[in-house]
Design a protein around this ligand. Structure first.
Ligand code: AMP
Ligand code: MG
Length: 324
């Protein structure tokens, strides 16, 4: 049963416990999860029914809290001062000390951060007192919700609660701006117009159309193959045996014997656990494998149901032949 919540403290307690809570922002309702809790973040993808992992925006009560997790340059500081709280999302490099779970950022070295302007959202974020990862609170492929009733209609029965804060004022999503390169790039138009951003930091680039971008190997937008973290070591899928000079990404109670290094996504065969351990596992096997001089990573088959679809999608991307 999904409860309609009126009490911010109760919603905050649920989030801190790892439960999923819909909450109002000035743009659309978000589906919140404790961003430091990999299992909670995995549950977001399950609840939304997303067939692949895309990076989620992390919400904070203040710019100070956000910039504890990402590296803010002068442009980010100026934009935060001008537009936060507000419908602007900044993509910035993760700090080495960043405590946000890798799954929330889909394994990327970057993180999208925002301080929403809705008073209920700010109150909630203050009370949770940790980053809250939140995509729009709708099932994958449906339109973004701007009322608590929309969230109930789409996700009722799949999440712990919805905090009712009335209708969203903006109704369009936040503007997403990539500041990880020397030139700022508009990844998604939204609540803050590009011209208003340009008035603060100067020219903002637009992403190249997909085909042109692919040709220049400069993809940045999420969901696009090359933007995602892929291990340096070659990855092979559906392994039925493993060599001593390979690292093994295992799944289930019977990892293949004889690997040079082992990371088991879930000894219990639980796909949500596997999702939460996927990106940390790939990174660890890559580093450990290179340290030991192994020649590659072999991945055992992962079932394709539920979150397995997203896990297999991500593994296929990581195993795809490199274009550069
Ligand atoms: P939604 O989940 O509907 O709120 O959409 C989130 C938007 O932020 C999507 O367009 C994501 O692709 C984008 N986004 C989130 N994190 C990143 C990131 N690290 N790099 C680039 N874009 C991001
Ligand atoms: Mg959405």
């Amino acid at each position: 049963m999904t409860r309609l919540l009126a009490d911010v403290a109760e919603a905050a307690a649920l989030l801190r416990d790892g439960a999923l809570v819909g909450f109002p922002t000035e743009t659309v309702y978000g589906l919140g999860a404790d961003a430091r809790n990999g299992a909670a973040v995995a549950a977001v993808f399950t609840a939304k029914g997303r067939p692949h992992f895309n990076p989620l925006i992390c919400h904070f009560a203040s710019a100070g809290a956000a910039f504890e997790e990402v590296v803010a340059d002068a442009r980010a500081v100026a934009l935060a001062a001008r537009f936060w709280p507000g419908p602007l999302t900044l993509v910035l490099p993760r700090r080495v000390t960043c405590r946000v779970d890798l799954l929330a950022g889909a394994g990327l070295d970057t993180l999208a951060v925002r301080v929403p302007a809705h008073p209920v959202a700010l109150d909630l974020l203050r009370q949770v007192d940790r980053p809250v990862a939140a995509p729009s609170a709708n099932r994958s492929g449906q339109v973004s919700p701007t009322t608590a009733a929309h969230v109930m209609a789409g996700l009722g029965g799949r999440i712990a609660g919805v905090l009712d804060g009335g209708d969203c004022a903006v109704g369009v999503e936040s503007t997403v701006l990539d500041l990880t390169g020397s030139g700022a790039v508009l990844l998604r138009p939204g609540g803050v117009p590009a011209a208003a951003i340009e008035a603060v930091i100067g020219r903002v680039g637009r992403p190249l159309p997909l085909s042109a971008a692919a040709a220049t190997r400069s993809l940045r937008s999420p969901g696009m193959l090359l933007s995602h973290y892929a291990p340096d070591l070659p990855l092979r899928l559906e392994a039925e045996e493993v060599a001593a000079d390979e690292a093994l990404l295992a799944f289930g109670p019977a990892p293949l014997p004889g690997a040079g290094a082992l990371w088991n996504l879930s000894p219990g065969g639980d796909l949500a656990v596997a999702a939460a351990r996927l990106f940390s596992g790939l990174r660890w096997l890559d580093a450990e494998g290179r340290r030991l001089g192994l020649r590659g990573i072999a991945a055992m088959p992962v079932p394709g149901d539920g979150l397995g679809e997203a896990i297999n999608d991500r593994l296929a991307r990581a195993a795809a032949p490199r274009e550069s």
